[in-house]
Design a protein around this ligand. Sequence first.
Ligand SMILES: Cc1cc2nc3c(=O)[nH]c(=O)nc-3n(C[C@H](O)[C@H](O)[C@H](O)COP(=O)(O)OP(=O)(O)OC[C@H]3O[C@@H](n4cnc5c(N)ncnc54)[C@H](O)[C@@H]3O)c2cc1C
Length: 483
Amino acid sequence: MALISGEEYKKRQCKIKHNVYIHGKKVENPEDNPVTKSVLEATALMFDLALDSRYEYPMVTTSHLTGDRINRNLHVNRNNDDLMGRADMALLAGQKLGTCNYRCVGCDVINALASVTWEMDRTEGTDYHQRFSEFLKKAQANDWACSGALTDAKGDRSLKVGQGDPDMYLHMVEKKSDGIVVKGAKFHQSGAIAADWTMVMPGQGLREGNEDYALAFAVPNSEEGLIYITQYNPMSVEREYTKDIYELGNPIYGQRETCIIVFDDVFIPWENVFMCGEVKYAGLAVTRFAKTHRMNCGGACKVGFADVIIGAATLAAEYQGTDRAPHIMTMITDMIRDSKQAHACAIAAAVKGFEEPPGSGVWMPDDLFGNVAKLTIAPGFWEIMSFAGDIAGGFVTTMPSFEDLRNPATKDYLEKYLKVKVPAEKRMRITKVLQNWAAGLHGAGTWHGAGSVQTQMISLMRVADIDEKKKIAMEVAGIEEEE
Ligand SMILES: Cc1cc2nc3c(=O)[nH]c(=O)nc-3n(C[C@H](O)[C@H](O)[C@H](O)COP(=O)(O)OP(=O)(O)OC[C@H]3O[C@@H](n4cnc5c(N)ncnc54)[C@H](O)[C@@H]3O)c2cc1C
């Protein structure tokens, strides 16, 4: 049971009473709408890859709790090899999906909570780690797809948590003998509409007085009071209107789909609550989440995306007969450099990771390299897409529809004038792949995913040990240490 197929996962999803809205309409089942279906299909692939012997590594590993073979998306990293496996899974997912592994954020929340609940129990005498481990055993046994929820609505950013409307940050509105009731909204929730459970934790550090906001818990999809409002944009419209999805830039798995999850007085039983009021651990949980997530988001999954773009740009150049031109070759090599620089940082983050806190048995990637991975890929990904746009030519934004290639009134013209070294249709297909990236949502998505760039700069300055560098410079300059 610990490893189920994509089909079994989809059947399970169909039994859930979904509370999902898209473009003003309710979607009772993700399969009913072409946009939400792409989330279901992308998530299903992460189950199927684990059953494919070619991808046993990195997709499958052994549970430290039960000894069972489990999907790596539910694994707590126990050593540096596990961290490498986690990064390799993100890379593979990026290459295979060309969009998010929607189990990724949940996986990194699981690791943050494994570490922080252990620490809370040791220092505060709580029993969160025991509860969390029991939950995780069930998640692993059932192969649950877990999304991860950190980002609050926040509202006016100049106000602190608790100032203004309290609901701008998810918080507890009632503490009962059997659990808690929570209210608020989490934004930008990757793939949450088709998850089995969502792992929730704070999105920022908290201070004394914010106890009601210091919450971590697990909640099943479409629990009473949960409302999912999905993103909607020109690419959603395109998917809804296109007769043949194989004419889209990423036919089956689509773009990165997120939603707002509204928590309208949702009850969470104590057995699924893993933090409740311990403000000083909120920031620790966020920092530890960011360590794994920036390694994966910055230096692994985007590298998989880049492989798709580099491949498509090279094909476009070959089709158009420009592939041997020196400036095109320079752009292709620059795209490889951009992506591999970030990849090297993810590998370094995994190799230099360590147990945190000591004794917990949970391994976290190196913070400095994780942050540098994200800081490298944020501008690097824009650059990769700009090169792809250059190589594909203006056609990447001006190409007509496949319908015009079928329409007898325009077909012959397009077949004649769009022909390059390959027929018009083939050229249009590869251009559509590039359009999905270069004229799509991925630049801004990559910039903000795993935290906007400023947060990585702050983290970097915290861990970069500038004082040590000043000492090194003073020694070289022969300046005596000041009193
Ligand atoms: C494609 C995608 C997928 C995502 N998936 C998930 C997910 O699955 N789960 C999840 O929890 N989150 C997810 N996120 C959320 C992501 O982590 C946030 O977008 C990111 O942390 C930025 O937060 P924000 O969008 O609220 O922007 P803001 O925080 O509002 O940032 C916008 C700008 O304002 C600046 N700013 C913000 N606050 C202040 C302040 N107080 N003072 C000065 N400047 C400020 C920022 O530095 C930035 O320049 C996803 C985001 C994207 C784009």
